[in-house]
Structure formats: C-alpha cells, structure tokens
Write a protein of this length. Structure first.
Length: 90
C-alpha cells in the first residue's frame, strides 16, 4: 500500500511539474522582459526549477509531499490568473 501511495505521489508530482513549467513558459511568451524584468526572472526560475524537479522525479528520487502541494498551488494560481495574462491591452 505504501509503494502505491509513493508511486501515485510521484506521478502526480511529475504531472504538476510539467504543468508548472508549461504555465511559466506560456507566461514568458506573453510578457516582455524589458517591461517587467523581475517578474520575468521569477518565471524563468520557476520554469527551470519545475523542469529540474521533473527530472529528479523521473530519476526515482523521493518525492516531498510538501513539494507536491507547492506545485499544485502554482498550477492553481496559473489557472486562476490565466485570464489576466491573456487579456488584450489596448
């Protein structure tokens, strides 16, 4: 039972890491680094960190349950703010 829980947690973390990386890259596609440099650096770090976490999860490293919650929170934030990122400024 414990190995099933660990496997489910690993798969969940891997999926969330991919979603975090995609959300960060999508945001970076829309923003100009010259206009918002600190926010751009933050999202670059998030994208790199999420990809690195995905790689270590795929290598079989132990998955931290709090890290899974963190990734879930970032995905929920990105989902909730998606309208703000894609609004047309005129």
């Amino acid at each position: 039972m414990n190995s099933i829980l660990v496997s489910a947690l690993s798969v969940t973390d891997a999926v969330l890491c991919i979603l975090v990386a995609l959300a960060a890259c999508d945001y970076l596609r829309r923003v100009r680094p010259i206009d918002q440099p600190l926010l751009s650096i933050a999202f670059y770090l998030v994208a790199i960190g999420a990809f690195g976490s995905f790689v270590t999860t795929m290598q079989g490293q132990w998955v931290n349950p709090l890290g899974v919650m963190l990734h879930g929170g970032v995905v929920a934030y990105a989902w909730a703010r998606r309208g703000h990122v894609f609004e047309v400024k005129g």
